[in-house]
Ligand binder design. Sequence first.
Ligand SMILES: *[C@@H]1O[C@H](CO)[C@@H](O)[C@H](O)[C@H]1NC(C)=O
Ligand SMILES: *[C@@H]1O[C@H](CO)[C@@H](O)[C@H](O)[C@H]1NC(C)=O
Length: 364
Amino acid sequence: MAGKFSFVSVMGALLVLTIFHDPIIVDAGQGVPEVALFTFGDSYYDAGNKAFLSKNKNPPQTLWPYGKSRDDPNGKFSEGYIVPDFIASFAVADASILGAPAESMTLNQQVNKFRSMISTWSDDYIEKSLFMIYIGTEDYLNFTKTNPTATASAQQAFVTSVTNKLKTDIGLLYSLGASKFAVPMLAPLGCLPIVRQEYKTGNDCYEPLNDLAKQHNEKIGPILNEYAKKPNGGFQFTVLDFYNAVIRRTTRSYNYRFYVANSSCCGVGTHNAYGCGMANVHSKLCEYQRSYFFFDGRHNTEKAQEEIAHLLYGANTNVIHPMTVRELIVFPAKENMRELWEPNKPSIRRRRSSRDYLDLSAYY
Ligand SMILES: *[C@@H]1O[C@H](CO)[C@@H](O)[C@H](O)[C@H]1NC(C)=O
Ligand SMILES: *[C@@H]1O[C@H](CO)[C@@H](O)[C@H](O)[C@H]1NC(C)=O
């Protein structure tokens, strides 16, 4: 099994992605240490593991049109590269924190897999490396489907159970020596084309799912702050406000040069959101993928993924906070962060001087 998970020595890749838009692994240079990027979570960050775990010999993501712009379908959920393409990924499609389909791994199983392989890397290397975790989509989609009439308190209890698992699994990674964590907030799940299609919301998002994502997101920063406050603990992290980054792109898509952000490029149905790559579905593929924000019903196009990687690496504090991924990588190991995560960072800064006049933060 170990062979199914590969690792690439890393940070050069993020750097290259930012500068040349092409994630070829090279020596990082420029003061960025060579470290690994370990990703955990669901299909967003799955660099193809699900395809190996699947009992189905040809799951959709291994079939055309997935990967079409990069020659081959390769088990990744876009027409080309995905955010952590430059990395080895522990992320497995459809993984969820509280239990997952038989073919996939929960976050806890992924963490245990990492634990079983930990002697592969030195403690020093693990401590300097970046751990990215994106998880929860599957939990909330499933909860909403199976409990359509859940009360507010049942929803809160469910969010707490999901975020407590996340907290425990991050704590487990930390106890194994991981010390740098990048945790994107959940996307507005109610705006995914597959959700709009299944709940028949037309051009609107399905708000009950957005509410669950918001409740989940509110807990992420405080959970991470708790670890980071331990004296001399050396726990470092940053949180990408992926929720609002997606909202900006779905509500003002033209500003970001996405011409379609309310339905998918590949699939069938009112929002073209179902069945991309499935052998028995005659899905439609849009002509120009780069003008779409979503490739299939729940995953972004390569162009969108490239933008997200840029946000992680270099967006301002309204978008990624308390530091960028680049700053996180170069932050001295073993030191505590100087600034913690704060709620309600203003999303648009006041323009106070002529220098600030060119601040484009609202466009991130
Ligand atoms: C989906 O929800 C049902 C009912 O709450 C639960 O039994 C099942 O384990 C869940 N599946 C996943 C993959 O979380
Ligand atoms: C998506 O938005 C466009 C432009 O606003 C609109 O014409 C179209 O009907 C919307 N699609 C769906 C499925 O609601």
